[in-house]
Design a protein around this ligand. Structure first.
Ligand code: ZN
Length: 137
């Protein structure tokens, strides 16, 4: 079995930002040389997510507005916010998920129709990373 590891680094301009990362993940699959296997993509930080959905800007705005209703940004009102202000970001990350696993078939990501991979940042403007791990033959 072969295995391949890569980190993607991000520093978003905004506190909240959804970044399309399918091309970078496809590139990692190519670099790995793996034809049949599994590709894990996970956020390495507890205030960021990796998720799969449609690459459609209206939906992304809907996500951000929905998350803001569920866990509005506030310095107060979160017990976590003792010396920091990212209580909302931890909750946003939880609901959007930590990781995705995509099958690799014939050397390519075996995504369904309209499926694309995104990095979800909820406490940005600093350097953070995503881990890609690919295993297979
Ligand atoms: Zn925190």
């Amino acid at each position: 079995m072969k295995s391949y590891r890569k980190e993607l680094w991000f520093k978003t301009e905004k506190r909240y930002q959804l970044v399309h990362i399918t091309p970078q993940v496809e590139e990692a699959v190519k670099e790995s040389g793996i034809k049949e296997g599994l590709c894990l993509v996970n956020a390495m930080h507890i205030t960021a997510s990796v998720f799969i959905n449609d690459n459609e800007p209206g939906l992304h705005q809907d996500y951000l507005e929905w998350l803001e209703k569920l866990a509005p940004y506030s310095k107060e009102g979160y017990r976590h916010n003792v010396g920091e202000d990212n209580g909302d970001a931890h909750l946003k990350r939880q609901i959007m998920g930590r990781e995705v696993v995509v099958a690799v078939t014939d050397g390519k990501l075996d995504l369904g129709p309209w499926e694309e991979i995104f990095y979800g940042e909820f406490d940005g403007r600093r350097r953070k990373r995503v881990l890609i791990k690919i295993i297979g033959e």
